[in-house]
Design a protein around this ligand. Structure first.
Ligand SMILES: C[S@@+](CC[C@H](N)C(=O)[O-])C[C@H]1O[C@@H](n2cnc3c(N)ncnc32)[C@H](O)[C@@H]1O
Length: 633
């Protein structure tokens, strides 16, 4: 489908987005290639198809959106939604790849024995392997262009009294602050909050250990923004002089009694300043209540201060309209969860399936009402962009990486084809600027990259996830390609859709008295078996090289240890999912029944009051499989 573009601002002028608060002739922050982003801003934000996936609880405007920040904002803008408080904790360009440990659950057949012995297994004893969640490796210039575009798009949907908190660290924060001066206006800067985490111990550091992040608070209009006092618990009582406002001196002064003596009070809390000491252990330690097992998860207390400090519950004095709190890089969903606890509406956006599942389950436990939407922006084709990129290398038949004579611009080349060596271009899904194949991108390919090839080539393949106008591009190539090399355009989505095989689930539904019992008898997941095989091969190899003992992961015949969640929809056979009842199995094998934690082990069954119409199974890596029951029975 051709992409539709929505303007950021009504009258964007050449090379410069119109900002309603500062007028500048030039960018404040100048860096190599900082002009690259202008064409994209000028073109507008891409608007894609949106699919409703699930409705949880009663009617509400709360949204959990799977998609990219930019495309989610385009959707909200098109719908006329304005947000009042934005908190974002985007990738920091930290140079890290974030991974998640995937734990195998108990097989109910074997678990019976373990349960009988009432033995609780320690996390370290559980079988686990790792999966990539998202990559945070950027060239600084690309990162800043990307950030600039994200800030522009977010600003375009903020309300007049809006506040934005951008969470970064010392490696990139100072650059982004200058971008924020440009996008929001220097005079709309409110605070730089330093989040200090004293419980982080680092040993081998040359210099001081970096134990803080920076959060920049800007508003849309300094004459009309929300700022509330936030109080923090001192953990003890302290004596301090009582402060009162002196009209004569026009400042706060110590209060005195009738004898002129300073009045002292006991205080157990104080108004927060801009340095916040909040430990990380609540989000990193297995035993803590809020630990959601999400790399980079932030503590609830951090978000409590931001949301209480930067928003009210209602937009208006009449209390008719609730404030909307949005997080466009939502991760574990801490913003949505705390916004909901504090009576605000929320919007959670993230590109990773793991984030969407984590926040969904967290919000169900918090009894929130919300809708889950998926934006068909082609970024999260397979779990998350990072894993999609890894998978692509295996999916393109005959593809080899790092071929001499072709530059890094190319993903690789198909070497043994009839057409000889065929270089293959694949857009980097982690960099949104490469996502749309348009005339400038094709121009670079035919007028630069084809000419730079050091080997003789008859054909190249150019993959795309989004295309401006295929016919126009093909015409452009025909008219402007000065080489004899054929350029074939191919849709990346087809490649992935053909190859992703659904998990196989076998089950039986029986009626026992007034309830229906669905028993899962077998679960087979090719995708997980592949992953586990890779893990075992790597482990075996390392054990050979390093002589360390390696205990491989073996899957039972029933495969039930690969299941994380089972949900039954007793209402609909198609359309958005309605979870009539569901059980989630935690890492230790305990059941979370419709959001309520229990100390029971899963017995392989799930019961419902009504005859189920559909069953959804989520495996431990997050792939979901839906089966219509009526068709099967
Ligand atoms: C640092 S984490 C956020 C952690 C979150 N604040 C929390 O407390 O759990 C960054 C998140 O941004 C997501 N992400 C990365 N690029 C994105 C994009 N372009 N649009 C939306 N989400 C993105 C990643 O999947 C990841 O979950």
């Amino acid at each position: 489908m051709p992409v539709k573009y929505i303007p950021y601002y009504p009258n964007t002028i050449e090379g410069q987005a119109i900002l309603n608060n500062i007028i500048r002739k030039q960018r404040v922050l100048r860096y190599h290639e900082n002009d690259k982003v202008y064409n994209r801003i000028k073109r507008g934000m891409p608007f894609y198809e949106v699919e409703p996936i699930e409705t949880v609880g009663g009617p509400s405007d709360n949204l959990v959106i799977r998609g990219e920040c930019i495309s989610a904002c385009a959707y909200l803008k098109e719908k006329g939604v304005k947000v009042d408080l934005v908190y974002i904790d985007p990738p920091f360009a930290s140079g890290a790849d974030y991974a998640k440990k995937i734990y195998l659950r108990r097989n109910p057949k074997l678990a019976e024995k373990i349960a009988a012995a009432k033995q609780e297994m320690e996390i370290e004893e559980l079988k686990a392997f790792e999966e990539k969640m998202y990559g945070d490796i950027w060239r600084k210039e690309d990162y800043l262009n990307w950030m600039y575009e994200n800030l522009m798009v977010i600003k375009s949907i903020m309300s007049e009294q809006g506040n934005i908190f951008v969470h970064l660290d010392a490696s990139i924060g100072h650059y982004v602050k200058i971008l924020m001066d440009e996008v929001f206006g220097e005079h709309n800067f409110i605070n730089e909050i330093v989040w200090y985490y004293p419980d982080n111990f680092q040993g081998n550091v040359k210099g001081f250990a970096g134990n803080h992040d920076n959060i920049f608070w800007y508003c849309i209009d300094k004459d009309n923004y929300i700022a509330n006092r936030v109080f923090i618990d001192l953990g003890k009582t302290v004596k301090r002089d009582k402060r009162v406002w002196s009209k004569e001196e026009q400042k706060l002064v110590a209060a005195r009694d009738e004898n002129g003596k300073i009045i002292y009070n006991d205080y157990s809390e104080k108004k927060a300043d801009d340095v916040w000491s909040i430990g990380q252990s609540s989000v990193t330690k297995e035993k803590s209540k809020e630990f959601a097992d999400y790399a980079t998860q932030k503590p609830s207390e951090l978000l409590r201060r931001i949301i209480e400090g930067g928003s009210n519950e209602f937009r208006d004095h009449e209390k008719t309209e609730k404030i909307i709190v949005a997080d466009f890089f939502g991760g574990s969903g801490v913003t949505a969860k705390i916004a909901n606890d504090l009576g605000r509406k929320f919007i959670h956006v993230d590109i990773g399936i793991n984030s969407i599942q984590t926040v969904r389950d967290r919000l169900i436990q918090a009894k929130a009402d919300f809708h889950i939407l998926e934006i068909k922006d082609g970024v999260s084709l397979f779990r998350n962009p990072q894993q999609t990129m890894d998978k692509l290398a295996m999916l393109i038949p005959g593809l080899h990486r790092n071929i001499s004579g072709i530059s890094n611009f190319w993903f690789g080349a198909v070497t043994e084809s009839k057409a000889g060596t065929v270089p293959v271009y694949v857009p980097n899904l982690l960099n949104t600027q490469e996502k749309v194949l348009d005339i400038p991108a094709v121009n670079t390919i035919i007028n630069q990259e084809l000419q730079n090839l050091e080997i003789s080539v008859n054909k190249v393949i150019v993959y795309y996830t989004d295309i401006d106008d295929q016919k126009a591009l093909e015409k452009f190539i025909k008219e402007n390609n000065a080489t004899e090399i054929e350029v074939e355009l191919k849709d990346l989505k087809n490649l992935l859709h053909e190859i992703v095989i659904e998990d196989i689930v076998e089950f039986a539904v029986t009626k026992a008295g007034t309830v229906y019992v669905t028993e899962i008898t077998k679960f087979l997941s090719d995708r997980l078996i592949q992953k586990i095989d890779e893990f075992n091969q790597k482990g075996n190899l390392q054990s050979l090289v390093k002589g360390k003992k390696f205990d491989p992961i073996n899957i039972s015949e029933e495969g039930l240890e690969l299941i994380e969640l089972i949900s039954l929809d007793c209402e609909n056979t198609e359309g958005p999912w309605h979870s009539s009842t569901e059980i989630k199995i935690d890492k230790l094998g305990y059941v979370i029944n419709n959001g309520v934690r229990t100390k029971e082990f899963w017995d392989g069954k799930i019961t419902s009051d009504k005859m189920p119409k559909r069953i959804k199974i989520r495996n431990i890596s997050g792939d979901e499989t839906i089966k219509n029951i009526s068709e099967i029975l």
